[in-house]
Design a protein around this ligand. Structure first.
Ligand SMILES: [Zn+2]
Ligand SMILES: [Zn+2]
Length: 137
């Protein structure tokens, strides 16, 4: 078997450890996949929600780096979804999948966390009006 080297390793002398798709070692293969995935996600979010990558990160920070409703999911294992109002098309915030899919139901049930979220969405604090005070809870 021919010894192959990773094109991203410095210096590029480390043989690929296992049969691996592509010209990179395991670590760089993973990094590359993550970068491609992040780029695809950024393009998607920009196209569908008109939310620039910097805004996605800013919004995530505004929310304290976690799902705007449950405050548990932080998006590291699975990216938080961009939630938007289906009526206005406005982005409201970033939610984990369970919260995103349950939101409409929770609003109908008048759950406080869900009501607070839709009446004062975190995206409202995103550069539109940086000095706006959050609505009284
Ligand atoms: Zn490498
Ligand atoms: Zn959540």
């Amino acid at each position: 078997m021919r010894e192959r080297t990773c094109r991203d390793c410095e210096p590029a002398l480390i043989p690929l450890p296992a049969p691996h798709p592509g010209p990179r070692c395991g670590e760089h293969h993973h990094q590359r996949q993550m970068a491609i995935s992040a780029q695809k996600h950024a393009n998607h979010v920009l196209r569908v929600y008109n939310l620039a990558p910097a805004d996605f990160v800013a919004l995530w920070r505004i929310q304290g780096g976690s799902c705007a409703i449950c405050r548990r999911a932080n998006g590291t294992t699975r990216r938080l979804s961009v939630d938007h109002c289906h009526r206005t098309g406005q982005v409201r915030g970033l939610l984990c999948r369970p919260c995103n899919s349950a939101l409409a139901q929770w609003v109908r049930e008048n759950r406080p966390a869900a009501i607070l979220y839709v009446t004062n969405p975190p995206a409202r604090r995103l550069h539109h009006n940086p000095h706006a005070k959050p609505l009284a809870a």
